[in-house]
Write a protein that binds this ligand. Structure first.
Ligand SMILES: Nc1ncnc2c1ncn2[C@@H]1O[C@H](COP(=O)(O)OP(=O)(O)OP(=O)(O)O)[C@@H](O)[C@H]1O
Length: 462
């Protein structure tokens, strides 16, 4: 059977029909000596349990066959190793695929398979005999746009789909006409291509916003996204609009309802916003400097799997990464001030597992899917004043960004832990507010007893 493997860059790529991913005999690991094989087996066993538990967001009663998908797409899904749909896929797909097409506002916890739901919709609605853009998808970062594209290509492996990026520096300025069926990108570049009429929208069928609350928030990418929508067909020719996110705060909901009128809605309760497989902790640090010391102490634990460390500012990410590197630790930093090629290289190396610790800002707080990430550290808690706009005084915690940040671990049933560093009364109160808003308790980990710290964290990951 044909398979789709994660390639050299950690993205999904199809292998040739009939090929297998079995390594040559002398490269085959001895199952008794490595825990790689055991842990994969354990993960698929617990996944089967979770997909059979009605309370799990991974649960479904139906099979993919029952969701009304094209044969070619079923082949694509199985080649990716999916066996059963998750709850959001089971609930959303029949609504997304029904005719006449209806808009959708869909919410489901991080790491529960929203991407497959909208990618399968895009691929299902394309008329492959027409070489014109038919599905546009916007995401908040180039990293996420590239990841979504890898899913489009993997799921569409058995279709004739043609794809193109609408992200800065991935498309020559000289391009005048795009014939690809699916375009994935960020709003600024997509707007530019539409404005210059490089994208012909006469056959457009689907318009997707991933991380929709961020894409519609006036403090986020709201203006740019609206400018894109204003250049799309209206009335009877308007595309089906699909908004997905793990969070939809009240102040964005009203706008989302206007943006995607008469939509089918799948919503979560506030106490369901994050998955239970992520155990949340905090560490009491004495002051800013002590946070750095604790991070260095944690290094051995951070590198058992892979970790993402979130900071408030780019310069903090760079400073910590330079200091740790100088002290002999292997870490890398990623943020919006780096150029595109460097950003791609850093995230690709991290996806591949070549780097174990990534120090970053909110730029990759959303959507990034790397299964091996088992720890997230909030070196600085996310604050409302980082959202943009002129709100430097607003030091309330940014609950949505917190939920997305910790959701970089615990993907699709895996275990993960998150650790918040608190170092004064203000950060303590901010964390309390997060705890209240999410309805999940955050447990203390002692910072002065290393063995105990290690034991608690390892136990949470078992
Ligand atoms: N039905 C399935 N069976 C097995 N694995 C799946 C299934 N659906 C999705 N996955 C895998 O689960 C992981 C998480 O999926 P995805 O990235 O779509 O989550 P998400 O809900 O979009 O999360 P986020 O809110 O963080 O963007 C991916 O690695 C994906 O390949």
């Amino acid at each position: 059977m044909a398979t789709v493997q994660k390639d050299d860059e950690g993205f999904y790529t199809p292998t040739a029909e009939g090929s297998t991913s079995t390594p040559a005999k002398d490269e085959q690991p001895d199952a008794s000596k490595t825990d790689l094989i055991n842990s994969t087996f354990e993960v698929s066993v617990t996944l089967a349990d979770q997909q059979g538990d009605p309370n799990s967001p991974l649960y479904s009663v139906k099979s993919f066959e029952e969701l009304g998908l094209l044969e070619e797409l079923l082949k694509g899904i199985y080649a990716m190793g999916f066996s059963k749909p998750s709850k959001i896929q089971e609930r959303a797909l029949p609504l997304l695929l029904s005719n006449p097409p209806t808009n959708m506002i869909g919410q489901s916890q991080s790491g529960t398979g929203k991407t497959a739901a909208f990618v399968l919709t895009m691929l299902s609605r394309i008329d492959y005999t027409k070489n014109k853009p038919q599905a546009l998808c916007l995401a908040p970062s180039r990293e996420l746009a590239r990841q979504i594209m890898s899913v489009v290509i993997a799921m569409g492996k058995f279709t004739q789909v043609q794809t193109e990026y609408a992200i800065k520096e991935n498309l020559p300025r000289s391009v005048t006409h795009i014939t690809a069926h699916v375009l994935v990108g960020t709003p600024g570049t997509m707007y530019d291509l539409l404005r210059r009429k490089v994208i012909d929208t006469s056959e457009l069928k689907v318009f997707v916003l991933d991380e929709a609350d961020n894409m519609l928030d006036q403090d986020g990418l709201g203006d740019q996204t609206l400018r894109v929508k204003n250049l799309l067909p209206r009335g009877l020719n308007a595309p089906q609009i699909i908004l997905f996110s793990a969070t939809f705060p009240a102040h964005v909901r009203a706008f989302a309802n206007k943006f995607a009128p008469d939509a089918n809605k799948i919503e979560l309760q506030n106490n369901e916003l994050s998955v239970d497989s992520i155990r949340q902790f905090y560490m009491d640090c004495k002051n800013e400097d002590h946070k750095y010391d604790i991070l260095v102490t944690l290094y051995t634990l951070l590198t058992i799997g892979q970790s993402i460390i979130f900071c408030q500012h780019r310069h903090t990410a760079d400073r910590i990464s330079q200091r740790m590197t100088a002290e002999g630790h292997k870490v890398s930093s990623l943020h919006g001030a780096k150029d595109a090629t460097e950003r791609d290289r850093i995230i690709d190396n991290f996806r591949l597992g070549k780097e174990k610790v990534l120090i970053t800002t909110n730029v990759i707080a959303r959507g990034i899917d790397i299964m091996q990430v088992n720890m997230v550290v909030n070196y600085d808690l996310p604050l409302m004043n980082e959202r943009g706009g002129n709100k430097s005084e607003d030091t309330r915690p940014d609950i949505e960004t917190y939920i997305h940040r910790i959701g970089r671990t615990g993907r699709f049933g895996r275990k993960g832990i998150s650790i918040n560093f608190v170092h004064d009364r203000k950060t303590w109160l901010q964390m309390e507010e997060i705890e209240k808003a999410t309805g999940k308790s955050i447990m203390r980990i002692e910072t002065n007893d290393l063995d105990m710290m290690e034991e608690k964290m390892k136990k949470a990951l078992k």
